[in-house]
Write a protein that binds this ligand. Structure first.
Ligand code: FES
Length: 151
């Protein structure tokens, strides 16, 4: 199976019933991640992952689990992992957050910030906001109320 076929099959995968399933006592999350590789994709799509441990983990740790155990083509950024550098800035369930500081939720839709040009997947060009209002884009490390399906 070529990389292109694999990418297509992942794009067309149906969401599964996951939903905070428990495996060996560990609660598991359903995660949707907006993907886009300008060298391969004609438009963005959402890739879904089930069975990701999330309790007492940050969004960044969940992204690492996805990368290491499910899809090593996922691109995301982090440097300090302490909330200082801002490189891990993403949008979770509609709220801009620092993924290294933001607690993971049972249902998450993780996207790049819409006001910055996407370089690949969750990596954006922080040097060039799309409009002047985004210059001071606020981010949060507090958890929003969980929403079913991450919508
Ligand atoms: S990795 Fe530096 S703020 Fe999150």
């Amino acid at each position: 199976m070529s990389i292109e076929d694999l990418a297509k099959s992942k794009r067309n995968a149906k969401p599964r019933e996951s939903d905070e399933a428990s495996a060996g006592g560990e609660k598991l999350a359903h995660v949707r991640i907006r993907r886009f590789d300008p060298e391969r994709d004609t438009e963005p799509y959402y890739q879904e992952f089930d069975g990701i441990p999330f309790e007492a983990r940050s969004v960044l740790e969940v992204l690492h689990t996805v990368y290491e155990e499910h899809d090593s083509s996922l691109a995301f950024r982090r440097l300090c992992t302490r909330g200082f550098c801002g490189s891990c800035f993403v949008v979770v369930n509609g709220e801009p957050v620092l993924s290294c500081q933001f607690p993971a939720l049972p249902y998450m839709t993780i996207e790049p910030h819409p006001k910055f040009p996407v370089i690949r997947d969750l990596v954006v060009d922080l040097e060039h906001p799309i409009d002047a209002e985004s210059e001071g884009a606020e981010v949060s490390s507090k958890a929003p109320a969980p929403t079913a399906g991450g919508r």
